[in-house]
Design a protein around this ligand. Structure first.
Ligand SMILES: Nc1nc2c(ncn2[C@@H]2O[C@H](COP(=O)(O)OP(=O)(O)OP(=O)(O)O)[C@@H](O)[C@H]2O)c(=O)[nH]1
Ligand SMILES: [Mg+2]
Ligand SMILES: [Zn+2]
Length: 219
């Protein structure tokens, strides 16, 4: 998954829904934070470090990169080498720019990000599979606006958040939904800060989703 802190900003809800879906389908996920060259304030760099630390602590490989400058490309190449991978993320985060960096003769089209709304232009309109020079292949895909969590059983959602699932062993009730139950180890961990508030909010957002209305909310 390609995410950005700025221009455009990827929401943590979007990241978490994407990762939960990858867990549901047992697809190993890697998080690439692109456009780090645009992080000029101390606050934004600290936020990047915080997010990278969070997802790494959960168990996801993370890469900070600048596709524009080539930074982080070696680490990403290493992670994708010999495998078939798909790049996904919001429009304008730089998926196609990363493809052009990893596959020099790809020449896929790259689009602008609006300066006023910080939104991509949905430049890539179809998925394309390309061979990686070092072995393996990579698929460029169109930017995703929202992420519906179709087909999720409510009781299964916690299984798709590895750090929530690990702690849920200690809940008093084995059918605990981690929303209101006494003796809930997950709620205690959120309270202590051992589970990130943003991750827990994403978990709740999936639980709260109206199953007849899957693609409504723009996360
Ligand atoms: N500053 C900076 N700009 C970047 C970087 N990577 C990509 N961009 C720019 O971001 C804009 C969007 O890049 P694309 O590669 O087209 O983004 P995309 O994710 O493929 O977008 P869609 O195809 O619409 O989903 C372009 O203007 C790129 O030049 C980066 O690391 N730093
Ligand atoms: Mg693209
Ligand atoms: Zn619980």
């Amino acid at each position: 998954m390609v995410a950005t802190i700025v221009h455009p900003e990827t929401s943590t809800t979007f990241i978490d829904r994407f990762l939960a879906t990858a867990e549901a389908y047992q697809v190993p996920a890697v998080l690439a934070f692109n456009k780090v060259d645009l992080l000029i304030t101390k606050e934004s760099r600290e936020y990047l470090d915080e997010l990278m630390g969070l997802y790494e602590s959960i168990g996801y490989p993370v890469v900070a990169m600048s596709a524009a400058k080539g930074d982080g490309a070696d680490k990403l190449r290493e992670l994708l080498s010999g495998k078939m991978s798909l790049l996904s993320g919001n429009s304008g985060v730089g998926k196609s720019t990363i493809i052009n960096l990893l596959v020099p003769d790809a020449h896929v089209r790259v689009g602008d990000v609006s300066q006023t709304h910080h939104k991509g232009m949905h430049t890539t309109t179809f998925s394309e599979l390309l061979d990686l020079p070092g072995g393996g292949s990579i698929i460029d895909t169109p930017g995703v606006k929202a992420f519906g969590t179709i087909d999720f059983e409510k009781a299964q959602v916690a299984h798709y958040f590895p750090e929530i699932f690990r702690i849920s062993d200690d809940c008093r009730f084995n059918n605990c939904t981690h929303t209101h139950e006494p003796g809930c180890a997950v709620l205690d961990a959120v309270e202590r800060g051992d589970i990130a508030a943003t991750r827990f909010a994403s978990y709740l957002s999936i639980l709260d989703e109206d199953p007849t209305n899957k693609y409504r909310k723009p996360f």
